[in-house]
Design a protein around this ligand. Sequence first.
Ligand SMILES: [Mg+2]
Length: 409
Amino acid sequence: MSASQPPRTADVPTLLVKIFGKDRPGITAGLFDTLAAYSVDVIDIEQVVTRGRIVLCALITSPTAEGTSEGALRATVHSWTESLNLQTEIISGTGDNRPRGSGRSHVTVLGNPLTSESTAAIAASITATGGNIDRIFRLAKYPVTAVEFAVSGVETEPLRTALATAGAQIGIDVAVVSAGLHRRAQRLVIMDVDSTLIQDEVIELFAAHAGCEAEVAEVTARAMRGELDFEQSLHARVELLAGLDASVVDKVRSEVRLTPGARTLVRTLKRLGYQVGVVSGGFTQVTDALQVQLGLDFAAANTLEIVDGKFTGRVVGEIVDRAGKARLLRRFAAEAGVPLAQTVAIGDGANDLDMLNAAGLGVAFNAKPVVREAVHTAVNVPFLDTVLYLLGITREEVEAADWEDGTLD
Ligand SMILES: [Mg+2]
C-alpha cells in the first residue's frame, strides 16, 4: 500500500472496547487473547493505570471471519471481563479516530499543589481558544505536580497568549510549546547564573568580603530605578571592590549555592545530548569554576581585573550585558550547530530579556514581574529541574537514568 492511499480502515466497521477495573498482571494479554479468536485487527490501543485502576481502550475491526459475529465477540468479551470482575463497554462505529485538528501544542502545567480550580481554568481556557485536549498525563509528582496536555485544533501562538493570561490570573505556571519533531531534536540550553543557576548574586558575595555591601546595594537600587544602565552599574559596583585580595575568589566560589535542581537539570540535559551553557553579567572568576564543576559546554561572563594579587576595580574584555547575553546565545547556537529556534534560555533579570526573547523557548525563572510579563513562559517554583518538564521529560525518566548509573545527589 502506498502512503498516498487512505488507510484501509477508513470506512470499515470498528469496535471500541473499553475495560475498566482493578489492575493486575495479564489483563492486556487476556483481552487480546480473547479477541484473537475473532481474527480482528488492532487499530489503536490506549492504556493508563491510575492508583491501581486500569483503563484499557482497544479500537479493533469488527469480526468478519466465517462463523464469527459481533454479537458473539461481545458475549465472549463480557464473560471474560465478568470472570475478572472488570467493567466493560463495547461501542460499534466506523473507521479510526477522528483526525486531530491542525495546530498541535504541548501545554505543561506546574502546580504546588495543582488545584482543581487551576485545572478547570486551564482546561476552560484551552476550550475557549477552540483547542481540543487530546491527551493528558502526569510528568511529575515531586517536587511539584506537573501535567501535560496535548492540544490540537488551535495554533500555538494564540493558545500561548490565552494560557499566559489565565496562568497569571490564577497564579500557576503554564508553558505552551508547539508539537513536532523539533521537540526531540538536539538542543542548546543557555542559563543566566545569578539567581538562576545559583541562588546568590556573586557581586554581593564579593562585596561582603570587601565590606561594601551597603554601597553595592545602593548602586543596584539606582540601576533598578533606571538611573544607571547595566554597564554603568557594573563598573560602579566593581570599582567598590578595588584593592580586595584575589584570594577571596576561592572563598566566593565555595560560598556559591546552586539552585535546587540545577545539577539534575544539567546532568539530564547532557545525557540527552543537549549542549548546555551559561551567560552571566557576573564574573568568569566564578562561572569558570561552575563550568568545570557541572561540565558545561559554554560559559561567558565579565572578568574582574586582578593585578599583583589585588582587584583593580575594573573589568577587562567584552562586557556581557543585556545585548551581550543575546549575542552570546546566538554565537553559542552557531558554534553548537543548533538553530536558534531549538535553543532554550533561562533567566530571571531584566538583562536576560533579549536572550529570553531571542531563544526558541525563553523561560523566566522566578523572575521579576517586568521579566515575567515580557516572556511567554514562566516558572515560579524554586526548582530549576522543572524546566525539564517543559521539554516533555518526565520525573520518572530522570530518576530511572540516575538509578541506572548510580548517580546520587
Ligand atoms: Mg540573574
